[in-house]
Ligand binder design. Structure first.
Ligand SMILES: [Zn+2]
Ligand SMILES: [Zn+2]
Length: 400
């Protein structure tokens, strides 16, 4: 199939996109405050015909490109933050900061989005509408997208976007260069359950004179698994994993309290609401049954990432047209990870697209996953990821 100019242009600037990516990778920053990363993005956008603004409560960058022809607004998002992981890849551009690593590939997203801003700026005159480039800190647990929405990113162009797209690389599962998306749920909602069971401590030899929180807390852990299998439709699954459980100090002492933490993953707004209601009730009822009290805090963290069916189909068709059908995969199932791009997709229809970046010579099935200290994302994905961002904006604007 004939190559399209945007894809060729992206390949032409691939070296510069890789240089930016490596610079960001070397100096990873975590959370909402990423001043060095922000500087690098501002440097990459310098001289382009963009309206650039920066965040108040976080180091975000919002850039608006107004095309020479009338049309709607489309938003493209790239996250910029790293993880609290010490890198062990020994790559030439590996992190120089102990305890921080771009282990989720957000350095690629930032560099690709800056590349797309450049490619689309070159086409400003013929661009039929406006593009918002959303450079976002704090994806990894800080809800940076929600902060940017609160600070007005969706209104940055003066009117709401008709569509929003995000790209995410994967160091495993997908072969390098293969895109994957689906309509409907794309990623799980992730919520945190914090349980404190309060009893009355005492001597372990006379439990009848105390109120032991440990057996009741153990019962709660098991009951949560029963809740998952007995209250939820098997075709609208739920995952609850207790990842932390603490109580007591010695074999002969009954403690006053037991405490555990769990993550709850769900794939529909209905199941998520049901979890938020049923989990605290179950915990409270078990505690009462044993004459104890318990607090169960159900903290809603990231919503379900739900791709709009039409926008996901549009992205899938675009991938087939631009890169060939062999480069696109219709994901059969959602992923059990979570994403704060979900906050954007709760307001604007759009699609979240995965892109394989598994390095050559590694089997995607066994390669280290995102978040691993040895995860490697191949530069070969950069040009086509950049082209995808730019094509999504250009072709979606052309649709009106
Ligand atoms: Zn991640
Ligand atoms: Zn990520």
């Amino acid at each position: 199939m004939p190559e399209l100019p945007l894809r060729e242009d992206a390949a032409r600037i691939a070296g510069e996109i890789a240089d930016l990516r490596h610079a960001i990778h070397r100096e990873p920053e975590i959370g909402l405050d990423l001043p060095k990363t922000q500087d690098k993005v501002l440097g990459a956008l310098d001289g382009l015909p963009l309206e650039v603004s920066t965040g108040q409560g976080l180091t975000s960058v919002t850039a608006v490109l107004r095309g020479g022809r009338p049309g709607p607004v489309v938003l493209l998002r790239g996250d910029m933050d790293a993880l609290p992981v010490t890198e062990e890849t020994h790559l030439p551009y590996a992190s120089v900061i102990p305890g921080a690593m771009h282990a989720c590939g957000h350095d690629l997203h930032t560099a690709m989005l800056a590349g797309a801003a450049r490619l689309l700026s070159d086409r400003q005159a013929e661009l039929p509408g406006t593009v918002i480039f959303m450079f976002q800190p704090g994806e990894e647990g800080y809800a940076g997208a929600r902060h940017m929405i609160d600070e007005g990113v969706l209104d940055a162009a003066g009117e709401r976007p008709v569509a929003a797209y995000a790209l995410h690389v994967a160091s495993n599962r997908l072969p390098c260069g293969v895109f994957s998306t689906r309509g409907g749920p794309m990623l799980a909602a992730a919520d945190q359950i914090t349980v404190t069971v309060r009893g009355r401590g005492g001597h372990a030899s006379t439990p009848h004179r105390a109120a032991d929180p440990i057996p009741a807390a153990c019962e709660m852990v098991i009951a949560l698994q029963t809740l998952v299998t007995r209250h939820f439709d098997v075709f609208d699954p739920v995952v609850i994993t207790v990842g932390s459980f603490h109580a007591g100090t010695a074999d002969n002492v009954i403690p006053d309290e037991a405490r555990f933490l769990a993550t709850a993953r769900s794939f529909s707004r209905e199941s998520r609401s049901a979890l938020a209601e049923l989990v605290p009730r179950l915990i409270g009822d078990i505690a009462r049954a044993h004459g104890l009290t318990a607090e169960a805090d159900y903290a809603r963290e990231y919503p379900v990432t739900i791709n709009d069916a039409g926008e996901a189909a549009f992205a899938g068709q675009l991938i087939a047209d631009v890169f060939g059908t062999e480069r696109g995969e219709a994901a059969q199932f959602p992923l059990t990870g979570a994403e704060d791009f979900s906050f954007v997709l709760d307001e604007v229809p759009g699609a979240f697209v995965m892109l394989g970046a598994c390095p050559p010579g590694q089997d995607p099935e066994t390669a280290p996953s995102n978040h691993s200290a040895v995860a490697v994302f191949d530069d070969a994905a950069l040009a086509d990821g950049t082209a995808l961002y730019a094509e999504l904006a250009l072709r979606r604007l052309a649709q009106g």
